[in-house]
Design a protein around this ligand. Structure first.
Ligand code: SAM
Length: 318
């Protein structure tokens, strides 16, 4: 049985990167006047409480979404307290007035799920996507965990436009196959596995390889953790090879908030750093995405960076 529950991680720095990129991609794709089908192969429960038991246990949103919100409202710290690596990236403290448009869009979208000034509800990818869709667009989401699938179905059922969303309680890696190519020939596939099982690393790459043979013009977005294990490093490398072989453009954006090194406390107990970094790999990205992220990511380094290892990258090719 799967033990991963996204409720512990909702709103962490990986979600900030993931949902900012997802939103920027969707905004661009939805500008066209033809129907779009969006697939979310690993959907989660859809809505999360940041003031609930799960979020309180992990405190992860405090290093992600909540940190972003409070850092924007903090007075400017003395230059001596700003890590040198971060000073190199950002010349002046970012404020709500100077925030990159993609980050403003992300914060406004999360705010729209909350009462004014409150930050209790955090929307997961199915709700972020659904909020943006037009009447003709469709969303198909996969969730395998019985409890989260049930919660997701119940959350979606509350929506007026709930019928444009199909919740499938099945394996997203396999389930996506029967829908590609989509009838309207325009689709975005988000794949955000938990990587709880080691085979997720190879399965996500195999899923994209198969999907490209069925529907080469789709936009594919894959989230991956950047951790010291070879399978994790293989994900962007293999996706890049796939895109290049298929002759398709790609973009790889990463955000590091802290060092991945193990440290120890005063008693010599090893302290694991938690997730230090993650990436979003996009095949067939909007042509505007690179410039959008080059404005947003330095600000995320500034606002979410925890030590001198904080950094971002945006690479592209094809
Ligand atoms: N995409 C969500 C978001 O951004 O809000 C978070 C998803 S979470 C990282 C991964 C989810 O995938 C978990 O809820 C887990 O139960 C589910 N899952 C794991 N393996 C799966 C599979 N093979 N197919 C579908 N869902 C799966």
């Amino acid at each position: 049985m799967f033990s991963y529950r996204h409720a512990f991680h909702a709103g962490n720095h990986a979600d900030v990167l993931k949902h900012t990129v997802l939103l920027a991609v969707l905004r661009h794709l939805l500008q066209k006047d033809t129907a779009l089908t969006v697939f979310d192969t690993h959907a989660g429960a859809g809505l999360y409480r940041l003031d609930g038991e799960y979020a309180a246990t992990s405190g992860e949103a405090g290093q992600g979404f909540l940190r972003l919100v409070s850092a924007l409202n903090e007075p400017v710290a003395p230059a001596s307290q700003t890590p040198t690596a971060i000073k190199k990236v950002v010349k002046q403290k970012t404020t709500t007035e100077t925030l990159a448009p993609a980050l403003k869009d992300y914060l406004d979208l999360v705010a729209s799920f909350n009462n004014k000034g409150s930050h209790k509800v955090y929307p997961g990818s199915p709700f972020i996507i659904q909020r943006l869709l037009g009447e003709r667009d469709k969303l198909k989401v996969f969730e395998i965990h019985p409890t989260d699938a049930k919660t997701l179905s119940a959350n979606i059922a509350q929506l007026e436009a709930g019928r444009q969303v199909a919740v499938l309680r099945e394996d997203g890696f396999e389930g996506i196959k029967k829908f590609l190519p989509p009838p309207a020939r325009r689709a975005l596939v988000l794949s955000d596995p938990s990587y709880e099982i080691k085979t997720d690393y190879s399965r996500v790459v195999a899923m994209v390889a198969d999907a490209l043979t069925r529907f080469a013009t789709g936009t594919y977005v894959v989230w991956y953790p950047i951790i010291p294990r070879p399978e994790a490093h293989d994900v962007p490398r293999k996706l890049k090879t796939l895109a290049t072989k298929a002759g398709k453009p790609w973009l790889n954006a990463t955000l590091t908030v802290k060092s991945s090194k193990l440290t120890s406390d005063e008693e010599g107990e090893i302290i694991r750093p938690g997730l230090p970094a993650s990436g979003m790999f996009v095949i067939n990205p909007p042509h505007t995405l690179k410039a959008t992220l080059q404005l947003a990511l330095p600000q995320l380094v500034e606002l979410l960076g925890q030590d001198q290892h904080a950094a971002f990258t945006v690479d592209s090719g094809g």
